[in-house]
Design a protein around this ligand. Structure first.
Ligand code: NI
Length: 418
């Protein structure tokens, strides 16, 4: 009996011990499970965040369409003396990032030595113009020598993949009658001289432009061979865009703002710009890339066409390009009436070098009859303050630093060479 009792007692003891152990362990268990439960809801959290990350990537880049509104402010940046192996590309980077264009007056011999930037300019839609072949004072050359110099430069431009320029900026702005009227080119200078070659300081150049005043319709001179100018460009271009200026090429400025295209054997210097205000009849430039769009022309014009047709007789071609039959209508300074720009180039008014192979379209059809309301001040200033091209007698600095606003004469740059 004792044995049996002892065994039973032992069994009871054993049971009670296991019960105690079970209770003691329970709090620990609960402590463990709680954080697990807390952690559990965190798992779904990342899910909502994940989809939010997707839409950020979703906005796919849409092709940028360049549109110039002739009624809005515009300015032409010009860069002389290049191309330069590093500075030209830096400037082009800035322009590209800001969907801006500029005009590059390049020296033929530099183009021959460094053609790559020129090809990129063409691809971007920038205007490539000539600054002679050897950057000599053209007014001191005999005509035959002058023409040979320009022709040599032309060869370099062609070899670099650019159209032969019809627009020329004479080095130092130095001109005589032959340079002005007997080269078969359009000679053009500038209206604002940053004198970047003199200061070689980016902030000085930028400050000069930013403090100049109204820049609408101005042609700004810089040189693409200085790091400081590339730095200044990086400051100026975003600033100009922010200020509402459209950055256009020289030919675009001439067409949209001054209402004419640069003509051969014409000189566009101080007097021209000082006496011409903004035009009431901007010239309609063709789409930048008509050749590329030839295959599917019906589609693009189809949309805008219906509008003009309602308001006008059916003289205008609809949809498809009929360059030959409609030669008359769309010809010359055909004011900005209908959005059928393409025809303009067949005429020869618009040289083909204006047709880069990149991405843009000029749609200046909308603002037509009464768009040009702005900038009377500038126009008036230009008309009232015409000087002759005073510095001409001297060789180098022939072209005066323009002073359409308040900035007046500074010593003309006589000596600077790339
Ligand atoms: Ni120069």
């Amino acid at each position: 009996m004792n044995r049996f009792f002892a065994a039973a007692l032992a069994f009871l003891l054993l049971l009670s011990c296991t019960a105690c152990v079970g209770r003691a362990a329970s709090p620990e268990d609960s402590g463990q499970t709680e954080p697990l439960e807390a952690a559990a809801p965190q798992i779904p959290a990342p899910d909502p965040s994940a989809p939010s990350a997707q839409p950020e990537e979703a906005p796919a880049e849409q092709p940028y369409v360049r549109v110039i509104d002739p009624s809005k402010p515009m300015v032409a940046l010009t860069f002389d003396d290049g191309p330069d192996g590093t500075c030209s590309d830096r400037i082009l980077d800035v322009l590209e990032e800001n969907h801006a264009l500029a005009t590059f007056f390049e020296v033929g011999r530099n183009v021959l030595a460094c053609p790559e930037p020129v090809a990129r300019m063409v691809e971007m839609g920038c205007e490539v113009a000539s600054h002679s072949n050897a950057h000599k004072n053209l007014s001191k050359l005999k005509k035959a020598t002058l023409l040979k110099d320009l022709a040599t430069a032309d060869e370099a431009f062609a070899a670099a993949g650019a159209e032969v320029p019809t627009l020329v900026r004479p080095p130092y702005g130095a001109v005589n009658k032959t340079v002005k009227n007997a080269t078969g080119r359009a000679m053009i200078t500038w209206t604002i001289d940053t004198e970047d070659w003199r200061s070689r300081d980016a902030q000085t150049v930028a400050d000069y432009v930013m403090n100049y005043g109204d820049l609408d319709g101005e042609i700004i001179l810089m040189h693409s061979i200085y790091e400081s100018t590339a730095d200044a460009t990086a400051i100026l271009v975003p600033w100009l865009v922010e200020q509402g200026y459209q950055l256009v090429t020289v030919t675009e400025l001439m067409a949209f703002y001054y209402g004419e295209l640069p003509q051969p054997d014409h000189f566009y210097g101080y007097t021209y710009f000082a006496t011409h205000g903004r035009t009431d009849t901007p010239i309609e430039l063709p789409s930048m890339f008509p050749p590329v769009e030839e295959p599917a022309p019906e589609e693009t014009p189809a949309e805008p066409e219906p509008l003009p047709e309602e308001t006008q007789p059916s003289e205008q071609p609809t949809g498809s390009p009929e360059p030959e039959t409609e030669e008359d209508t769309p010809k010359k300074p055909a004011p900005v009436e209908t959005p059928e720009p393409q025809e303009l180039h067949g005429e020869g008014l618009m040289p083909e070098w204006l047709w880069p192979s990149a991405v843009t379209s000029y749609v200046n059809a909308a603002p037509k009859p009464s768009p040009i309301t702005a900038t009377p001040a500038i126009a008036a200033a230009k008309r009232t303050a015409p000087k002759e091209e005073p510095a001409k007698p001297k060789e180098e600095p022939a072209v005066p630093r323009e002073s359409i606003g308040s900035n007046t004469s500074l010593p003309n740059p006589a000596i600077f060479s790339p």
